[in-house]
Design a protein around this ligand. Sequence first.
Ligand code: PGA
Length: 253
Amino acid sequence: MSARKRLVVGNWKMHETSAQAVDLARAVLAALPPLDARSRTDVVLAPPFTALPAVGVLTAQSGVALGAQNMHWGESGAYTGEISAPMLLELGVRYVILGHSERRRYFHETDEEVNRKVRAALSHGLTPIIAVGETAEERDAGATDARVVAQTSAALDGVAPAEFARLALAYEPVWAIGTGRNCDPTEADRVMACIRATLPGLERTQLLYGGSVTPANFASYLAGENCDGGLIGGASLDAKAFAQLAALALDAA
Ligand code: PGA
């Protein structure tokens, strides 16, 4: 058995108003298998910022943790439209997804910005879930391994190896996100081994696969030596499907 715990994260993206998020969170909590401090699987719900307070009320003491989908690296300041780590902490947030490919692509987030956010999250005691992955063009050009290694080392620049157990990395091939074209599990595990080998100490880091994960394909990722869980988009909006994913991770733990 791996020394690493499993981790299943529901990334709700820009879906669900606060009222809708309450309904979804209630349905998820009702469908989930029992989780307690002894469970070797952590489950995280990452709703939009506006739904964090209401969902946080439901997840408090449920065994499910609250996550945010992004944050700014500053404590406070003249950054219109941004949200800081202390603001998230006040709402009971414990995890934050950083460097998601949609942030990199549509909001032009750079590796350097992702790194600043990672360091800020760690210094506030938040657990960053750092997403890395190649585009279809990079894969076709044979640049997959170089891309994920570059993104991983840039995101972790200046982070002490002692911190590596306090963060998670998600391998999300960009071409597999929301497309139904999930990556072949053997290939995903190979790339995840490559991510793990980027820096000494990453053997203590939880590594997730993300990209069109469903209850039908998740077990084949979890069977991989390097996969400790999943970063789930579409299937996390379906309470039953998400609960099944958590149950698969618990079974595999
Ligand atoms: P998907 O999204 O599961 O809908 O492919 C995954 C993600 O973007 O994290």
